[in-house]
Design a protein around this ligand. Structure first.
Ligand SMILES: *Cc1c(COP(=O)(O)O)cnc(C)c1O
Length: 230
């Protein structure tokens, strides 16, 4: 349909990037003795419109990440109506008053970081009868100004989440910028093991291969797939 299909250049660029990221993930998995299928690629489409997403959908990709509820609510319902099997992950900070909307819209939530949000999500899930898996976001470098629960408060927050019957699948982190991320990924993996959690959401465009070698089950890749954001 005129104006609705990505043009050929856009399509081939996006498909080349997708193929490249998948190949790099597979190579990293082999190094670590993991299977390529052990890590889910979340294509982070924040700031990119439906037209930018179309080539990836055409290439068969179905798992996407957004960091804002409102942007996702504007962008994805029409795409979902047109394409079956789309899974949407919320990777950005979530306000408690948007918990209902987030539970309705998303298939996984990566940014659980405080007791008030645990309670709001648990209530929203009870109301909706839908229980998308959650990740507890850890401030793995214990940085001021950074999202995520402080490392020494992680145990207590996980206990609250269990008490509220929140379906916690694993842990998520954004390591400090500008330093080698591997020690932080390894530390997140250790915390997950200590708490008996199977899933690890870690690794972005600059470091997803390292994250895969250290056990990432979900990588969140934006600019390596879509180009730079404005
Ligand atoms: C934007 C974002 C990403 C993707 O970042 P890129 O560097 O573009 O791959 C991953 N995780 C979170 C939490 C983000 O906000």
């Amino acid at each position: 349909m005129a104006g609705c299909e990505p043009d050929e250049t856009e399509r081939s660029t996006a498909q080349t990037r997708l193929t490249d990221v998948r190949a790099r993930m597979a190579a990293a998995a082999r190094i670590a003795g993991r299977a390529p299928g052990d890590t889910c690629l979340i294509a982070v489409s924040k700031t990119h419109d439906a037209k930018a997403v179309a080539p990836l959908l055409a290439g068969g990709h179905r798992v996407f990440g957004e960091n804002r509820v409102q942007e996702a609510a504007d962008k994805w319902p029409p795409l979902r109506a047109a394409v079956p099997g789309i899974a949407l992950h919320l990777i950005g900070q979530l306000q408690s008053n948007k918990a209902d909307e987030a539970v309705a819209l998303f298939d996984a939530i990566h940014s659980v970081d405080r007791p008030s949000l645990v309670a709001a999500l648990a209530r929203a899930m009870d109301k909706a009868g839908k229980r998308p898996p959650c990740f507890v976001q850890v401030n793995i470098g214990d940085e001021a100004q950074k999202g995520g629960v402080a490392t020494q408060a992680l145990g207590a927050l996980l206990a609250e989440a269990r008490a509220a019957a929140l379906p916690v699948a694993g842990l998520m982190c954004l390591p400090p910028a500008g330093v080698e991320p591997a020690p932080y990924f390894a530390l997140l993996a250790k915390f997950a093991r200590d708490h008996g959690l199977a899933s690890l959401s870690m690794g972005m465009s600059g470091d997803y291969e390292t994250a895969v070698t250290l056990g990432a089950t979900h990588v969140r890749v934006g600019s390596a797939l879509f180009g730079h954001r404005q």
